[in-house]
Ligand binder design. Structure first.
Ligand SMILES: Cc1cc2nc3c(=O)[nH]c(=O)nc-3n(C[C@H](O)[C@H](O)[C@H](O)COP(=O)(O)OP(=O)(O)OC[C@H]3O[C@@H](n4cnc5c(N)ncnc54)[C@H](O)[C@@H]3O)c2cc1C
Length: 448
């Protein structure tokens, strides 16, 4: 039996939810309230695990009646930790992880708690895919609401560009369907506007024919000319090549020379989804730099996804913005920033935009950064709480050197949700329209 909540409306919810409603004193709460990133202690007043849209609606109404702020938790990968709320209600959607692939309509239906990896596996059985990011454990809802950039983005656009419709529970508990012709303002805002506009209980996503791809990792020693050329080569490649390039402290992996462990290394992750026979030509400019490691090979698309963490107990920070394709001088600054990192895990991540991402108008969705060249993110992580301050200081210093501490930013890679962060994610007319949609539909969640 759950511990009875002090809020009468939550007690009623406890009667309906049984052991799927936990309170702050439930022994199972800490494990279920944990997210991928750790930090200041946050103890929710309650955590509800709905199984149906009707139960989500009941939980939203109960929170409103109790005057309790609430937030939604799906994959738990928010860098800003916005899916856990001190003293509020967490709506944990992980029991709503159903996925249905409709071959005829080429639409994948995912419940609000489904993960990218599970969906990709299910769609892959039909030779179909919707592009997400690079990590299987990321929640589809959180990813799509902010954007979704990954292995198919230059071919198919961001994940949000493939959203065909959604079911949403609004802040007053009403359930609405949204799509291009239904609640169009809400549909506009859900595509890139981030969380906070209700609980998305179902996403309908367009699927594309995607069977074997040629993809994997290439690594080089930390040479600024190589970094510059590799990023430029991906940017100039046909749209069927998507990729990202990391400058990072090399992990002690057996496939990397031992003298590089703990030192900066350049690692690209690429995915060619065009005709396999063309892969060698497309990848030739990357291979021309004699990679130390070349693990690129033909594989079924789902094999591009590693598992990924559910909870990692990691602390640290990210800083994100957009840059040009770095020339050798800018690349040298990036490599030097990683060389001087005080974080055990430190990286500069360069995601090459362009292709289909850039073909949608900047104001057509709430993702305002389509004309940018490279999404550049710095991340510093540690599992040691007493190193957190040093790691944060390094991220802050590196972000100033690389100039991603200002200007436009991708909401899903921000590690804060302060007004100044949100102004970077939603600048100008996008921000104005998003505020109007929030005023119309009501804001919910930790960032409301
Ligand atoms: C290891 C790792 C790899 C990543 N890789 C990529 C990548 O390749 N590409 C990329 O674009 N991003 C990537 N991200 C960033 C990721 O897109 C965001 O962190 C995203 O918000 C995570 O969604 P989630 O559901 O897992 O997280 P959560 O923490 O559960 O949710 C994130 C936000 O969305 C809200 N939310 C979640 N579900 C719902 C719902 N059903 N309805 C309404 N609101 C909801 C939450 O309240 C919260 O505010 C990565 C993050 C990590 C940690």
């Amino acid at each position: 039996m759950p511990t009875v909540s002090p809020h009468p409306s939550l007690s009623a919810l406890a009667d309906a939810f049984g052991d799927r409603l936990l309170t702050s004193v439930s022994p199972e709460l800490p494990a279920l309230a944990a997210t991928v990133f750790d930090g200041d202690p946050r103890v929710p007043a309650a955590l509800a695990r709905p199984r149906t849209t009707a139960e989500v609606s009941d939980a939203v109404r109960a929170a409103r009646d109790a005057g309790l702020p609430y937030t939604v938790r799906s994959g738990g990968h928010s860098y800003a930790r916005s899916s856990v709320l001190d003293g509020g209600l967490v709506l944990d959607l992980r029991l709503m992880d159903g996925i249905r692939v409709d071959r005829d309509t080429r639409i994948g239906h995912a419940q609000g708690g489904a993960t990218a990896g599970a969906y990709t596996g299910a769609a892959g059985e039909h030779g179909l895919a919707t592009g997400f990011g690079d990590t299987g454990s990321v929640g589809i809802a959180g990813l799509t609401l902010g954007g979704g950039i990954g292995f198919l983005s230059r071919r198919d656009g961001l994940t949000l560009d493939n959203l065909a419709g959604a079911e949403v529970v609004l802040g007053d508990g009403r359930v609405v369907e949204t799509g291009p012709d239904q609640e169009p303002d809400l549909f506009w805002a859900l595509r890139g506007g981030g969380a906070g506009l209700g609980v998305v209980t179902r996403l309908d996503l367009r699927l594309q024919e995607t069977r074997d791809v040629v993809g994997g990792m290439l690594a080089w020693r930390p040479d600024p000319h190589v970094l510059s050329d590799v990023v430029a080569a991906i940017a100039a490649a046909p749209d069927d090549l998507s990729g990202m390039v990391n400058v990072m402290l090399a992990p002690p992996a057996p496939f990397l020379p031992a003298d590089l462990h703990g030192k900066p290394v350049i690692m690209a992750l690429v995915c060619w989804s065009g005709a396999p026979r063309d892969a060698d030509d497309v990848l030739a400019p990357l291979r021309a730099h004699a990679p130390l490691v070349d693990l690129v090979e033909a594989k079924p698309y789902p094999a591009m996804f590693g598992g990924g963490p559910d909870t990692a107990g990691l602390r640290g920070a990210t800083a994100t913005g957009f840059t040009d394709v770095p020339d050798a001088a800018a690349a040298a600054v990036m490599i030097d920033a990683v060389r001087t990192a005080t974080a055990p895990q430190a990286l500069v991540n360069l995601r090459i935009m362009g292709g289909e991402i850039a073909r949608t108008g900047v104001e057509e969705t709430a993702f305002a950064h389509r004309d940018q060249a490279v999404m550049t993110t710095i991340a510093g992580m540690t599992s040691e709480p007493d190193q957190e301050a040093d790691v944060r200081a390094w991220v802050s210093e590196a972000s100033a050197r690389i100039a991603v501490d200002r200007g436009p930013a991708y909401v899903n890679f921000l590690s804060g949700a302060a007004p100044a962060d949100l102004a970077r994610a939603f600048p100008g007319r996008t921000g104005e329209r998003l505020r109007a949609v929030h005023a119309q539909y009501g804001s919910v969640g930790a960032n409301a």
